[in-house]
Design a protein around this ligand. Sequence first.
Ligand code: GLN
Length: 161
Amino acid sequence: MVIPGGESTTIAKLARSFDLFDLISDRIISGMPTYGSCAGMILLANKIKDAAEGQESFGGIDMVVRRNAFGRQIDSFETDLKFKGITEPKIRAVFIRAPWVESVGNEVEVLAEVSDPSGVIHPVAVRQGNLLATSFHPELTGDNRVHKYFVENICRQLATF
Ligand code: GLN
């Protein structure tokens, strides 16, 4: 499954209204390969900072994610990132009112990081088992290497889903 960018509060509310929330969450927790970008990353976080009141996440990745961490829409930006497991050239990463990862548990592998305007480094791509999450939107660049990483390193390892 791919959980796209958009608005994490809306995605969660819609999943609740259509009675899909628990089904999706259970599938993720039981190992269905899932990739979440931006709002999708927020939805895969076990804990959200700066969440809207009552905002829920599907969970699955042992991390704390801060919503809208880089600032407002106008603070959106692009940069080139090294991504562990993907060879050069660097990935062009598009951040749109993006979250960053504040902290991760032991099981979480950090795949890419970026520094905020004050120079502090934050993880922006992580993996825990069959779950992959990025703060940025690789689908906007025409470079499919992050999706390829998901398909080849995560989905292809499993035959049961
Ligand atoms: N800021 C959005 C949220 O909180 C995420 C933005 C995005 O997906 N580009 O859900």
